[in-house]
Design a protein around this ligand. Structure first.
Ligand SMILES: O=C(CO)[C@H](O)[C@H](O)COP(=O)(O)O
Length: 144
């Protein structure tokens, strides 16, 4: 499975840890930055991340900022993105099962790394259920 990952400075440390975890698990990872703790603007990284996903270059995206809120707002501006801010694994499970989320957003300043990794694992291992949820997801796509 191919994953793109991106963060701002507030998510940088978590991005590195999640990237290394996924590389160890033999995932194919595209790191879109940022590449240090120096201050940057999360919308720049959200745009790159969303576009990688909607171009079909990766299966899923993972975006991280301090709270996850800005990254989530920004990535959802990219047409075709269903970005879900998930603070624990159950949210990630339902973001996939019911919402067919294609970008997982995490909060680098609010979550410990173990919780973040459990959330990533759940997101990447859960399938969309389709059925009535497909009808609703299609309606989301019609909004813009
Ligand atoms: O969480 C975020 C957006 O939702 C950002 O990471 C946060 O706003 C960055 O703040 P600062 O520039 O003060 O480090």
């Amino acid at each position: 499975m191919k994953i793109a990952i991106a963060s701002d400075h507030a998510g940088y440390d978590m991005k590195e840890q999640i990237k290394n975890y996924l590389l160890e698990k033999k995932f194919d990872i595209i790191d879109l930055g940022t590449n240090s703790n120096a201050s940057v603007d999360y919308p720049d990284y959200a745009k790159k991340l969303g576009e990688k996903v909607t171009k079909g270059e990766v299966d899923f995206g993972i975006g991280i900022c301090g709270t996850g809120i800005g990254m989530s707002i920004a990535v959802n501006k990219v047409k075709g993105i269903r970005g879900a801010l998930c603070l624990y694994p159950l949210m990630a499970e339902y973001a996939r099962k019911h919402n067919d989320a294609n970008v997982l957003v995490l909060a680098g300043r609010l979550m410990g790394i173990d919780l973040a990794i459990w959330t990533v694992d759940k997101f990447l291992s859960t399938d969309f259920e389709g059925g009535r949820h497909k009808r609703r997801v299609d309606k989301i796509d019609e909004i813009r």
